[in-house]
Design a protein around this ligand. Structure first.
Ligand code: THU
Length: 160
């Protein structure tokens, strides 16, 4: 029998401790919440994807009266980036969310399906997606986004 253990590293920052690039990606995610279509949850999520050339692609959650037809902010942004710039590596992703009370105090984390999509992109480009999770109280930074958030996941290699 062999036993394995995987460590999970994340960093917690106050917003003011972040560098200007990180703050600006988070601001883009916050702005993106303005595009949210969320009449059912009233929970507005914004995501900003940073490409290797410095361009930013944003997305927001898009809900639907047929609930499962909606899509999270992260996948809206990631798919838009992959569609519009298929040749450019994705290097970072910022996420922010607000409800009727304002920005969440604690960061929200991507759902399982979004993590799976992040894992696909990370493995395709062989580039970690630095993930910035904004909360009013603290921002979490996960340097190796999907491999940290979704260890042991199904991927292209599993199909071989
Ligand atoms: N949502 C996101 O867009 N991203 C997340 O990381 C978590 C949840 C959306 C889905 C739904 O529109 C609303 O937030 C409430 O779950």
């Amino acid at each position: 029998m062999k036993e394995y253990k995987k460590a999970f590293l994340w960093k917690v920052y106050g917003f003011d401790e972040l560098d200007a690039n990180d703050r600006s990606l988070i601001e883009a995610a916050k702005d993106a919440t303005n595009g949210s279509h969320s009449p059912y949850s009233n929970f507005k999520v914004g995501a900003a994807v940073l490409l290797e050339d410095g361009n930013v692609v944003t997305g927001s959650n898009q809900e639907n009266a047929a609930y499962p037809s909606g899509l999270c902010a992260e996948r809206t942004a990631l798919f838009a980036a992959c569609h519009n710039h298929p040749e450019r590596r994705i290097t970072a992703l910022a996420i922010a969310a607000r409800n009727s009370q304002g920005w969440t105090a604690l960061p929200i984390t991507p759902c399982g399906a979004c993590r799976q999509v992040m894992a696909e992109i990370e493995s395709f480009f062989e580039t970690p997606i630095r993930t910035l999770l904004y909360g009013k109280q603290e921002t979490i930074v996960i340097e190796n986004g999907a491999s940290t958030l979704l260890p042991f996941c199904f991927g292209a290699k599993s199909l071989e």
